[in-house]
Design a protein around this ligand. Structure first.
Ligand code: ATP
Ligand code: MG
Length: 392
């Protein structure tokens, strides 16, 4: 029966003069998301609120699911609205609303009226009382509970009359694009897709880079990363995914550096290359899925060594999360099943039996000197392999 949604937004409501910018970004994201749903929709901004109207037949469940993925939405309220044709008509409408939405009437309720138009003949209290009485007359099995009602019946008197009672929780966060752009180091693992999701949730647009090492890593491993990017893109909008061939750099480091430091040195080159691509694409930071102590390359000392090559800020939203907590989010955003597919990752192919857990930056730098000028050439060549795919 619902053909429209009232969109409630959280933090973006309190952004002062920037509010319009945030609202416009949210409208844009909502339009973008609904384009992929069956049906035609219009999205409008009226009186500091956003309404979505279905202007054709549409799939209700699909539209709600899509809206639930849009960052910046606190709640999605299926709403009915009509022209104001007087209070008697409103009484009838409210009775019909209960009939249509709540076939089981053994429920408590409360009417919460709001008048945006102060010239309406009744004030909010009077509307609450009158409508409450009408509902009790029509449905004696219902009762009023002003503290914890099963049904909170919102009636808003605005340009039209709006009635809604359900608030479906949204994703929260801020509309993507209001917070600049960052480069996600996206692997095929569980963590990095979650990290990208979390930073995007704060309004940041995401670009991504994946390092692959053919023939040591397969086409299927690469496809897995593209599939993960697709899943993340359901929340973030299109992702520009850069795929870099890392094989020669890895083999060369393997050849020239102590094997217990391989992962750290390799990670330092990944960060350097990611930062280069980030800067070329106006990204304001890097994002990784690291979490303190998860593996040898993520101890405080290792993170310090990896971080040392970066000049851009590195955002690590999972830094204090346990694996189980990360898995919970991965399941919620539907990346987990893809992440656990058993394809090799370039970090796991060249790992040492006993990697350093407390690398010393000075010593690492000293060993990187073995790489001489040739590494710069290899980095340059690797950057030339950049294959950019727009994933949406
Ligand atoms: P993930 O589950 O995200 O793969 P991980 O626990 O396997 O993380 P590492 O392999 O040490 O951890 O990688 C740490 C971070 O480095 C990853 O979260 C990701 O951001 C980045 N990273 C690792 N491998 C790659 C890769 N092949 N391409 C791009 N980024 C990578
Ligand atoms: Mg990994």
């Amino acid at each position: 029966m619902f053909k429209a949604f009232l969109i409630k937004y959280a933090e973006i409501g309190v952004k002062g003069k920037n509010r319009y910018m945030f609202e416009d970004a949210l409208v844009k994201q909502i339009r973008h998301t609904l384009k992929n749903c069956d049906g035609e929709f219009t999205v409008r901004k009226t009186d500091g609120r956003i309404y979505v109207d279905a202007v054709s037949d549409f799939d209700y469940e699909e539209a709600v699911e899509a809206l639930r993925r849009v960052f910046g939405i606190a709640g999605i309220c299926p709403v009915v609205y009509e022209e104001d044709e007087g209070f008697d008509k409103l009484k009838e409408r409210v009775v019909r609303y209960i009939d249509e939405v709540y076939p089981d009437r053994h429920k408590t309720f409360k009417v919460a009226a709001r008048r945006a138009r102060k010239n309406y003949p009744l004030n909010s209290m009077e509307i609450n009382m009158e409508l409450g009485g009408v509902i009790l007359d029509a449905y004696p099995e219902m009762s009023v509970d002003v503290h914890k009602p099963d049904i909170m019946l919102n009636v808003e008197i605005r340009d039209k009359i709006y009635i809604y009672s359900e608030i479906i929780p949204g994703s929260g966060g801020m509309p993507v694009g209001t917070g600049g752009k960052a480069m996600l180091l996206l692997s095929g693992g569980i963590d990095s897709p979650v990290a990208g999701y979390m930073i995007a949730k704060r309004g940041v647009k995401i670009d991504a880079v994946y390092f692959h090492a053919p023939p040591y890593t397969s086409e299927r491993a690469k496809q897995k990363v593209i599939d993960l990017a697709k899943k993340v893109a359901k929340y973030t909008g299109p992702i520009y995914l850069h795929i870099i061939n890392f094989t020669d750099i890895q083999l060369y480091i393997y050849d020239k550096c102590p094997h217990d430091e391989l992962t750290i040195i390799m990670r330092r080159y990944m960060m350097r290359i990611a930062e280069h691509i980030a800067k070329e694409n106006e990204c304001l930071g890097l994002i990784t899925g690291e979490s303190i102590g998860q593996v040898a390359s993520q101890t405080m000392q290792s993170l310090m060594a990896t971080n040392e090559v970066c000049t851009l800020p590195v955002y690590r939203p999972l830094i204090g999360f346990d694996k189980m907590e990360i898995v919970d989010i991965a399941e919620k955003i539907d990346t987990y099943e893809t992440s656990i597919l058993p394809y090799e990752d370039c970090c796991t192919i060249f790992v040492a039996k006993h990697p350093v857990t407390k690398p010393n930056v000075k010593i690492i730098k000293h060993h990187e000197e073995n790489l001489e000028e040739k590494i710069d050439e290899l980095v340059k060549t690797a950057l030339e392999t950049d294959e950019m795919i727009i994933v949406s």
